[in-house]
Design a protein around this ligand. Structure first.
Ligand SMILES: [Zn+2]
Length: 338
């Protein structure tokens, strides 16, 4: 039994449009939270100063003594350098170059700070406290307007040599496939993210195919969700587009399972969550068809994320607790984190 009060992690998840902050305990519970528009127009030092202010207000409101905060976990939509100290580029967030967020956070908070890229943080959150609770070998795939992913191996994010590991969305699935945002052709993202589904529907309509998607798209913009709605009404064109989606995602997931042997692959993001009823059962069958007989698929789960948009925030908390477990956080080295 420690004589110290239960420590807390001050966690941040900054995206392109919104910021989530929270005080998270060693069991992964968010004791207090706040969300506000991301201040990506501010220079990094001003953005950090705003975070200090927001956190002190949050702690005061929740009547939490600030001394209990052991460290800062920071999930960013930007790209981190391999040491995870600098945001070296952030096309979706302020367009910063070499912004030294680790140093800025540590100076402003007088606490150690740990940084991670958003999909990795979300994977860590889901593996720790969400769908994969307790999984040591876990893959998180976010299928939305793009395909993001994070891989957890032995309980830790797989970073690779220079920190760029885990980009499942940019593995080639079709050599002659469409141009991807990354410049390659036929990446999983270019074939299976939301825009690819909508594009297939538009192409079918342009070819004069008769489909409910045409009417449904009159009321709202044509998106993956429109295709899902038509597929639920047994529309033939929509069902064929869905089959294509299951094919591509199935290949991507089977490749990952073959390569990494995870306990669980969890799917998040607007497309996967919005179409889960249609996608998940056939996706499991598609993965089975693509995986070798030596793989234990009976005990490999393919499921949905549990934490929704708090996965990154909770993963940021995990970053802090992992360091406390390693005994590297001064003043909290005696605290026993499970
Ligand atoms: Zn790509």
């Amino acid at each position: 039994m420690s004589s110290l009060p239960e420590p807390l992690a001050a966690c941040v998840d900054i995206g392109g449009t919104k910021t989530l902050i929270g005080l998270i305990n060693p069991e992964g519970r968010v004791l207090a939270r706040d969300r506000f528009p991301a201040a990506n127009h501010l220079a990094p030092p001003e953005q950090v100063a705003q975070l200090v202010e927001k956190f002190h207000a949050l702690a005061n409101g929740a009547e939490v003594a600030w001394e209990r905060v052991a460290g800062v976990g920071y999930s960013t939509a930007g790209f981190l350098n391999s040491e995870r100290t600098l945001v070296f580029a952030s096309p979706n967030q302020g367009n910063w170059r070499d912004a030294p967020f680790k140093a800025l956070l540590e100076e402003a908070f007088h606490l150690p700070a740990y940084l991670e890229m958003d999909a990795n943080a979300a994977a860590l959150g889901e593996a720790w406290f969400g769908a994969g609770r307790g999984s040591q070998h876990f893959v998180y795939l976010i299928v939305g307007t793009g395909i993001g992913s994070g891989i957890v191996v032995n309980g830790e994010v797989l970073h690779g040599w220079r920190g760029t590991a885990g980009e499942i969305g940019h593995t080639t699935i079709e050599p002659d496939g469409p141009l991807c945002n990354c410049g390659n052709y036929g990446c999983l993202e270019s074939l299976a993210a939301g825009p690819a589904i909508a594009q297939r529907a538009r192409a079918a309509i342009q070819q004069g195919r008769k489909t409910l998607i045409t009417e449904l798209a009159e009321a709202s913009e044509l998106s993956a969700e429109t295709v899902f709605r038509a597929a639920r009404l047994q529309d033939e064109v929509a069902c064929a587009i869905l089959d294509k989606e299951i094919d591509y995602l199935g290949i991507g997931i089977a490749n990952v399972i073959t390569l990494l042997n995870p306990q669980m692959v969890a799917l998040g993001g607007g497309v996967a969550v919005g179409g889960a009823d249609l996608l998940l059962p056939p996706l499991r069958r598609a993965v089975r068809r693509r995986c070798g007989a030596w793989i234990d698929l009976e005990h490999t789960e393919i499921t949905l994320s549990r934490l929704g948009d708090e996965a990154g925030l909770i993963g940021a908390g995990r970053l802090v607790w992992q360091e406390i477990q390693r005994g590297t956080v001064a003043n909290f080295s005696q605290y026993n984190v499970k």
